[in-house]
Design a protein around this ligand. Sequence first.
Ligand code: ADP
Ligand code: MG
Length: 342
Amino acid sequence: MAEKRTEISDLGEFGLIEHLKRGVNVKQSSTLLGIGDDAAVLAAGDHVKVVTTDMLLEGVHFDLAYAPLHHLGFKAVAVNVSDVAAMNAIPKQITVSLALSNRFSVEAVDALYAGVSVACEHYGVDLIGGDTTASRSGLVISITAIGEGQKETLAYRSGAKVNDIICATGDLGAALVGLQILEREKQVYLANPNMKPQLDKYPYVTRRQLKPDARMDIIHEFKEIGLVPTSMIDISDGLASELFHLCKASEVGVTIYEDKLPIDKETYDTALELGLDPITCVLNGGEDYELLFTIAPKDYPKLEKHPDVHFIGHVTKAEEGKFLVTKSGTAVELKAQGWKHF
Ligand code: ADP
Ligand code: MG
């Protein structure tokens, strides 16, 4: 009899992680939290360490036709710092592992590392090691970030409570729109190499795609104002997908409001120019690296006047489901069409 074969695409990225998690047993008493949140949590004396890792692959996550190497180096650090931020922790160290093909020169690796160094300076982290190997295909960058926090003030995906207020930082959808512009200009260039890419009109969305910044500023502010979110996740796969993760981990439902969703004007206008629905970009665009979190209603005054935190909805009971209330007042069920590579 033929052996059973299950396609990875049948499970999807999140289904596969769930599947792998089932075979994993945690035995060390210092492993406070394993697979399932933005970072693992380890006991470390009077505080806790958080550990997270993310890999970027040429041809899957970036295209060197338009991603400058120094921006790529910065981004590879930022996406890991973003997961540390999502735990309400402070990043301290990173390791950087590279797979390089002979297409790359020392100068190219220097450019990549210049971006890594700028990010280390920006986030206050030390580069403490890594690994270097040859690659037969493209460039692979894998970074692990280690952060520190206090056990009592970490924020998990699982802490949202009914009636909590749902908050999102910054604005959403820009990185996806930026990617579409970069892809469009690449195709124009490939069709006619005499044509110069027209990117000047889209400075914000292209920067958000090429050089995202993790929201450590918000985490430092939480500390200053004495606020601990009841739950938190970073927005790497799209708002809708992250809301699904929060709902699943916290066993709750959510209602969000279309007119509260934050979108930048350049993102909005460019989405329309590309024939995309701006709200779909906000809900399902990937790589925003903003923070999605919930706060107890009593904490609302602490953030009420914050210029970069948006109150997009509230937490409901699980059986009430996940809904988006449109501008016309209709409630439509949310779908998590995250940014899936499978
Ligand atoms: P994020 O988008 O925040 O980086 P992921 O969706 O990549 O999170 O991962 C979710 C959880 O699954 C994390 O705890 C991560 O460490 C874990 N995880 C992802 N891939 C694997 C794997 N291959 N083996 C074990 N754990 C994994
Ligand atoms: Mg994350």
